[in-house]
Design a binder for this molecule. Structure first.
Ligand code: PGA
Length: 220
């Protein structure tokens, strides 16, 4: 089973979320080989649950490092329990624009663990090793290798380099699923799914269009 995770980031109105799922259902995309996970904005999770087909799973793009409490603006993992199966944490955009630290990412993972939501933890180079070391307990995680220079640039990392870094991560964590993310699209998905040790893809820009994500799922 390969993971195909669609990270919609800060895109899409409610209307567009509804239309995307309706179009996805009309396109009749089903795959026995792919775990398709869509991550809309957190305020659209209920809407996505109303419109998504059964086979598609949902993720949030982030979660609070704190439990319930006096943390203005934060969404605790407990609040999304039962609404999503996955949560992306530690995305490089969170680390970069919101100044999230390795310790906060580790705390988020622990909060998610308490709720049974599977964390998809993003790591990048040259920090992957220390980012992973900061996690108290890595059991049950999904890891996503996302090289900074490949994200949103239209220039995915060279296959050889992905092979090298995924191999390094795999030596530290032999049994966890490892995804690749960074400018994946319908045309190059097969190449990255074919890299040794890659268990799936984290797709940003290309996942906004049904056609493109369907093309990616079709090559799994
Ligand atoms: P991209 O984003 O596919 O638009 O490069 C990937 C990601 O950041 O998850």
């Amino acid at each position: 089973m390969k993971y195909i995770v669609a990270n919609w980031k800060s895109h899409k109105t409610d209307k567009e979320v509804t239309e995307w799922f309706e179009e996805w259902k009309e396109a009749g995309v089903v795959s026995m080989r792919a775990e398709v996970v869509v991550a809309p904005a957190i305020v659209q999770i209920d809407l996505a649950n109303q419109h998504k087909p059964e086979g598609v799973k949902l993720a949030v793009q982030d979660v609070s490092p704190f439990p319930f409490g006096a943390y203005t603006g934060a969404v605790a993992a407990e609040m999304i329990k039962g609404k999503v199966e996955y949560a992306i944490v530690g995305h490089s955009e969170r680390r970069r624009y919101f100044h999230e630290t390795d310790q906060e990412v580790a705390n988020k993972v622990e909060r998610l663990r308490e709720t049974g939501i599977t964390p998809i933890v993003c790591v990048d180079e040259p920090y992957a090793e220390s980012q992973m070391a900061a996690l108290e307990n890595r059991e049950g995680l999904v890891l996503a290798y996302e090289p900074l220079e490949a994200i949103g640039t239209g220039r995915p990392q060279e296959q050889e380099e992905v092979d090298k870094v995924v191999g390094m991560i795999r030596r530290i964590e032999p049994s966890l699923p490892i995804l690749y993310g960074g400018s994946v699209n319908g045309d190059n998905a097969a190449v990255y799914l074919g890299v040794r040790g890659v268990d799936g893809l984290l797709v940003g820009g290309a996942s906004l269009k049904v056609k493109e994500l369907a093309q990616i799922v079709a090559v799994v």
